[in-house]
Design a protein around this ligand. Structure first.
Ligand code: NAI
Length: 739
């Protein structure tokens, strides 16, 4: 065991030590041999009034236990006087705990000048003044330990605490610089953001939390940080309830949005936004030097950009910003998550022409119908979201003019029927880039997952007008190829009239290109009016096959490949000709009014009965609750962990997940028995902690959109049993934002 940490001979000044946290620090330091100045103005928690009794009582208590203490009743705004008390009584000052504090909580616009000023005077200026008064004494003796008291409200923001948050985070800035300036004099300055039951928190914390979060659970961190043997300097710690965590800054790898010899534009920022905000592989700069060092790299990277790739080396459309296929092939786009409810599949079904006129379409249009399901071609929607969120422009070597991009071909393969709601995650990569002379074809492979299950694969072939002629290959083994239909007359023909609003409706599924709605924009692209989305005609064609050859049974659908040959205008009739060749249905979709082929070289593959999962296999039933996916993942993590989680957590958690105020499902996470388990239903023995919350709040919690304490205090999360154990759930719930 390590030797007890003692403070004999040390003089400690604790501001606001008449109650709450300050009192706990003063008692703890005195108990371990320090001489303590107990400062307290003795006013109320809003900063009104003053009295000597608060400080006196603590001094009495220390002395009664045989410790050394004197009182000081000044406000921290008289910094010198506090330090003078230490010098007069004990001849030196070694340790300073800036702790005094008050609250003036108001929603932002109701904060008066006085509310703002007094909070800053007590917290920020008070800490500055007392610290400045102590600084030279510490410097001369080559020893000093200083604590600044910040708050989670400053770090994360908290409703009604704008004045307090600003002052509290100001303290962190002050501490950061003092830690730099004090280092060579052995003066260390650290910051804490405590949580404790005190008169400041009694209006916001329920009694059980006030009782549980004792100031005594914060004091030991303060003592350790102030001990001569502790080398920590410039740290920030959250502390409460017996737990301590350290915080640091994290910075995304970011993106360069400027090109040599070109103006930097807000559009470039917009296009790189996802990359700028992507915390994968983030770094953690610790000093200002580490922070700015990246800027030198950035300058040299921009300087070394190859400007020989100027606009004239490609046609005007492959912009000078650098189209470098070799660099781009194999690159991955940032993964994208697509959250949806039953609304999106229904909107999509309407977008591709389904109608309540056809009783067969009911199961695609009404979430309450028996067998409600997604059209298989809905699988393109989550897959395209990563591209539409600017992902393509984040790829090195793919700086192309996106107004000159045409959707050439599409392949979609389903591995299981698509869930009717949930979150699908898509991983997109540049499979290849082909040189077609007049343009380049970019092949994008997109794998879409529900949890860990691969649900579908898409290949988008994107034609970039004018970007060809770079000396690349014309074809690729990675390309899913089109097939010509048999020469005989078709075995079946189905047609559907699109409405004049078809594109206006289809775009609501996520393809917002104005080409499909804005006449001026369409004219720029050389079209007399807005055109229908290629993927909308694709949806029509696919459902023609599904209806005629699979009786609208989505589980029979395997894959589809199409080439977009000619534009279609909303209002025209789509006529799909179909040829059956075993399980492959060749198709060709014409615009009936003109006879022009809009979709060519296309086919749909259906599943033969031998390909279908047997009745014994688990069905790919869509989860009804979003939280189901998270619990499935928790189950996987528990399995993966062997019995590590059980060793760490040693508790059973029961979850009551509600939907429309009724318990929809119960889950139990047993991390106490055996090597742990997750199962549906209430705990088989006794649960240590039971949580009741809605599916939505559960998702907000695991995705970090709402903090558990807030959810608890606002009654959205109900907790029964041992509330302190909730902390341990972090181990299994962290990183869900990546799901
Ligand atoms: P508290 O109200 O029990 O203690 C604060 C003490 O500071 C009081 O005794 C008060 O008389 C004294 N004080 C106020 N203005 C003063 C001034 N101008 N000069 C000298 N003394 C003055 O509150 P608690 O909770 O112990 O707070 C201590 C510190 O911790 C505060 O800075 C507070 O903002 C901070 N904090 C507390 C949290 C908690 O959960 N209790 C959360 C985050 C931060």
């Amino acid at each position: 065991m390590s030797a007890p940490l003692r403070f004999d001979g040390r003089v400690v000044l604790v501001t606001g030590a008449g109650g709450g946290l300050g009192k706990a620090y003063a008692l703890a330091f005195a108990e371990r041999g320090a001489s303590v100045v107990v400062n307290d103005l003795g006013g109320d928690f809003k900063g009104h009034g003053k009295s000597s009794s608060a400080a006196d009582k603590v001094v009495e208590e220390i002395r009664a236990k045989g410790g050394k203490a004197v009182a000081n009743y000044d406000s921290v705004e008289a910094g010198d006087k506090l330090v003078q008390t230490a010098l007069d009584a004990f001849g030196r000052i070694d340790i300073l705990i800036n702790n005094a504090g008050i609250l003036r909580d108001r929603s932002f616009t109701r904060i008066s000048d006085e509310d703002w000023d007094i909070i800053h005077k007590v917290h920020l200026k008070g800490s500055f003044l007392v610290t400045r008064a102590a600084w030279n004494h510490m410097k001369n003796q080559n020893f000093g330990r200083i604590i600044m008291t910040s708050s989670a409200a400053g770090i994360y923001g908290n409703f009604g605490q704008a004045n307090y948050s600003a002052a509290k985070l100001g303290l962190l800035g002050l501490a950061n610089t003092l830690s730099v300036e004090g280092r060579k004099y052995n003066i260390h300055c650290n910051t804490i953001a405590p949580t404790a039951g005190s008169r400041l928190t009694q209006t916001v914390m329920p009694q059980e939390m006030l009782d549980a979060f004792k100031p005594d659970y914060v004091a030991p961190l303060v003592l350790w940080l102030c001990h001569e043997s502790c080398q920590e300097n410039g740290g920030l710690f959250e502390v409460g309830a017996g737990w301590i965590g350290k915080l640091r800054w994290e910075r995304s790898l970011g993106a360069i949005v400027r090109q040599k010899n070109f103006p930097m534009t807000p559009e470039a920022v917009q296009n790189k936004w996802e990359k700028i905000c992507d915390f994968n592989d983030a770094n953690k700069p610790r000093t200002i030097q580490e922070s700015v060092s990246i800027l030198h790299d950035v300058l040299s990277q921009i300087e070394s950009q190859d400007v020989s790739l100027n606009p004239t080396s490609y046609s005007a459309s492959a912009s000078s910003l650098g189209f470098d296929p070799a660099k781009a092939i194999g690159q991955k786009l940032p993964s994208s998550a697509y959250d949806y409810t039953h609304l999106q599949p229904i909107l999509y079904a309407l977008g591709v022409g389904m109608s309540t006129k056809d009783p067969d379409h009911q199961k695609f249009l009404f979430e309450g119908s028996e067998g409600f399901c997604c059209l298989p071609t809905f699988g393109v929607i989550p897959a395209q979201s990563s591209m539409f969120s600017g992902g393509l422009s984040s790829i090195p070597g793919l700086n192309i003019d996106f107004t000159k991009v045409l959707h050439g071909e599409q392949y979609l393969e389903l591995y299981k029927p698509l869930p009717t709601s949930g979150t699908l995650t898509s991983e997109t990569s540049i499979a290849d880039i082909l040189d077609k002379g007049s343009g380049a074809v970019i092949l994008l492979d997109v794998n879409t997952y529900s949890g860990k299950d691969l649900v579908c694969y898409n290949q988008f072939s994107v034609f970039v007008v004018g970007a060809g002629g770079f000396g690349g290959r014309r074809s690729s083994e990675k390309a899913k190829v089109t097939l010509n239909p048999p020469k005989r007359p078709p075995d079946a023909v189905l047609s559907d009239v699109t409405t004049v609003d078809q594109a206006a409706l289809y775009r609501l599924s996520g393809d917002w290109n104005p080409l499909h709605i804005e006449p001026g924009f369409a004219a720029l692209g050389g079209f007399q009016k807005p055109i229908l989305h290629g993927l909308c005609s694709f949806g029509f064609a696919a459902r023609h096959v599904l209806k005629h050859f699979a009786n609208n049974d989505v589980s029979k659908f395997k894959a589809i490949k199409v080439r977009f040959a000619k534009p279609v205008f909303p209002g025209q009739t789509l006529q799909t000709e179909m040829w059956k060749e075993g399980k492959r249905i060749h198709i060709q979709t014409k615009v009936k009014e003109t006879g022009e082929v809009a979709i060519a070289g296309a086919y749909v593959d259906l599943i033969s009965s031998s390909d279908q999962p047997s009745a014994n296999e688990p069905s790919a039933e869509a989860p009804e609750l979003l939280s189901d996916l998270v619990f499935e993942e928790i189950g996987r993590r528990i399995k993966e962990s062997g019995n590590e989680l059980v060793k760490k957590v040693k508790a059973v958690f029961q979850w009551n997940i509600t939907k429309d105020k009724m318990t929809a499902v119960q889950w139990t996470i047993d991390l106490k028995n055996g090597s742990g388990a997750l199962y549906r239903g209430p705990a088989r023995g006794k649960a240590d902690t039971t949580f009741t919350l809605s599916d939505e709040i559960f998702m907000d919690l695991v995705l970090g959109k709402i903090n558990p304490q807030k959810a608890f205090l606002s009654g959205k999360l109900k907790v029964k049993g041992n509330i302190m154990l909730s902390q341990k759930l972090e181990t299994i719930l962290k990183d869900y934002a990546k799901l």
